[in-house]
Design a protein around this ligand. Structure first.
Ligand code: ACO
Length: 430
């Protein structure tokens, strides 16, 4: 007889037994609610700070096996996409679930290319930021402001309107990102060039000087495209959770993407590659690596770019990035920080502290070194991550909206504060 896909629970408080179905390796938290000690008992809940073992959605977009180091988008292994696809083709795949036909692809590229301009008032809005504003803060604020330019975006259940906002966001975020950079260095903004690819145009908006036509280096253009593919989605990470949670209130997608950008800004998430560069610069030379590792093991520092909530083996994206590094350095010259990074990795992977905790390099360990060699300043690193991840956020947002089981996201809590007590007037307080 085939084993039953159920879980039998005995509540030792009451002696009662319950049989709960198991689907896709999970039980429904709400099935526990029937487990009560009395009629007026609220029912059993699960307590899971930081969602360590809670699936809060079903998804068809991205699959990760953290133990085996596997990452698929819509079933396609990341290694194949990084080698054979383009960022916009991958974006189409994430959004639509299938790779596009040639005509679908050409149409998608055309649409994204022709939505890259931003309203001139957005440019003026960005002028208002201080000269030294962090570009990620500028991106966050400006994407939020975009919602005021497209009030129809609130109609999130109209598929056509949703599609237009998705196209606008994918197309305009690189423009805003590049404007944020140019604002910081006091350069005039460089407007989009429709003859160029998605990443070629982004390089144009970042780095064009007085030349009439910017011609991106094809190796760097492709490397950036691959880096964008690697960052395009990563299932239920912190910023995607922010996107889904904020989006579950049915706010417009610009506001939800602004929330996702805010989540990505943190040093434990998208800010990590910026932190990696700072760490490598602080270490300064290869021979100081053992000293730094000691500090990490003593709990006085963290090895940034190492460790991951899901990957407990080598992050497959980090492997691909290491290869890209060689191609990029052929063009740009070797980034001296690479030697420090390689030494850190070598020592960490032999050290018991990291081995027992299954801490391996993640996507951010090498990406910063490449970005820096390509000419991106450190504070643009999380912005690059945000550009690439926008499509993932949007695909996840749309999946959440169309999922009949989803409602406004609202967790429970376990209250451990004081019980009811009476207000004491200020004069009577000791
Ligand atoms: N350096 C040193 N020790 C670490 C590191 C690290 N980078 N990461 C985890 N540990 C240790 C913890 O101190 C803990 O040790 P303990 O059991 O003795 O207390 C153990 O490994 C488990 O770590 P947690 O913090 O519980 O793991 P969690 O899943 O919560 O954290 C995270 C994952 C946030 C990514 C963490 O590994 C980290 O801070 N890494 C550095 C920041 C980073 O690179 N972030 C990028 C993540 S990838 C991304 O967002 C694209």
């Amino acid at each position: 007889m085939a084993p039953k896909e159920t879980l039998t629970i005995t509540d030792n408080r009451t002696g009662k037994t319950y049989e709960i179905p198991i689907t896709h390796g999970a039980i429904r938290a709400l099935d526990l609610r029937q487990i009560k000690v009395s009629e007026d008992d609220f029912g059993l809940m699960t307590y899971d700070p930081a969602f360590m073992n809670t699936a809060y959605c079903q998804s068809r977009i991205t699959f990760i096996d953290g133990e085996k180091g596997i990452l698929w988008y819509r079933g396609y292994p990341i290694e194949q996409l990084a080698e054979k696809s383009t960022y916009l083709e991958t974006a189409y795949l994430l959004l639509h679930g299938e790779l596009p036909t040639r005509s679908q692809y050409e149409e998608f590229v055309y649409i994204i290319t022709h939505h890259t301009m931003v309203h001139e008032n957005i440019r003026k809005f960005m002028d208002g930021f201080r000269y030294d504003a962090h570009p990620m803060g500028m991106l966050l604020g400006t994407v939020g402001a975009l919602s005021t330019f497209y009030p129809e975006a609130k109609n999130i259940f109209d598929p056509k309107i949703r599609e237009i906002q998705i196209h606008r966001l994918i197309a305009k975020i690189p423009t805003i990102a590049a404007f944020a950079y140019r604002h910081g260095i006091g350069m005039p903004y460089s407007y989009p060039d429709n003859d160029l690819s998605y990443t070629g145009n982004f390089l144009n908006m970042m780095f064009k000087m007085t030349e009439l036509k910017y011609r991106p280096n094809p190796v760097l253009e492709r490397a950036l495209d691959v880096l964008f593919i690697l960052h395009a989605d990563h299932e239920q990470n912190c910023s995607t959770n922010a996107m889904r949670t904020v989006g579950s209130s049915h706010v417009d997608p610009y506001s939800a993407v602004a929330a996702a950008i805010a989540a990505l800004y943190g040093p434990l998430h998208g800010g990590a590659n910026e932190e990696v560069l700072k760490m490598l610069t602080q270490i300064g030379s290869k021979n100081r690596v053992p000293e730094f590792i000691k500090l990490v093991k003593a709990g006085e520092s963290r090895l940034m770019g190492f460790g991951h909530r899901v990957y407990k083996s080598y992050d497959p994206r980090a492997k691909i990035i290491k290869k890209i590094a060689d191609e990029v350095f052929e063009v740009t010259g070797r980034n001296p920080l690479l030697d420090i990074a390689l030494e850190l990795e070598r020592i960490a992977l032999e050290d018991d502290y990291f081995v027992t905790r299954k801490l391996y390099p993640n996507v951010d360990f090498y990406s910063g070194i490449i970005y820096q060699a390509m000419g991106f300043p450190v504070d643009m690193f999380p912005v690059l991550f945000a550009i690439a991840r926008t499509v993932g956020w949007l695909a996840q947002w749309e999946e959440m909206l169309l999922d009949k089981e989803q409602k406004i996201s609202r967790p429970r809590q376990i209250y451990i504060g004081p019980q009811k007590r009476d207000y004491v007037p200020i004069a009577a307080r000791s």
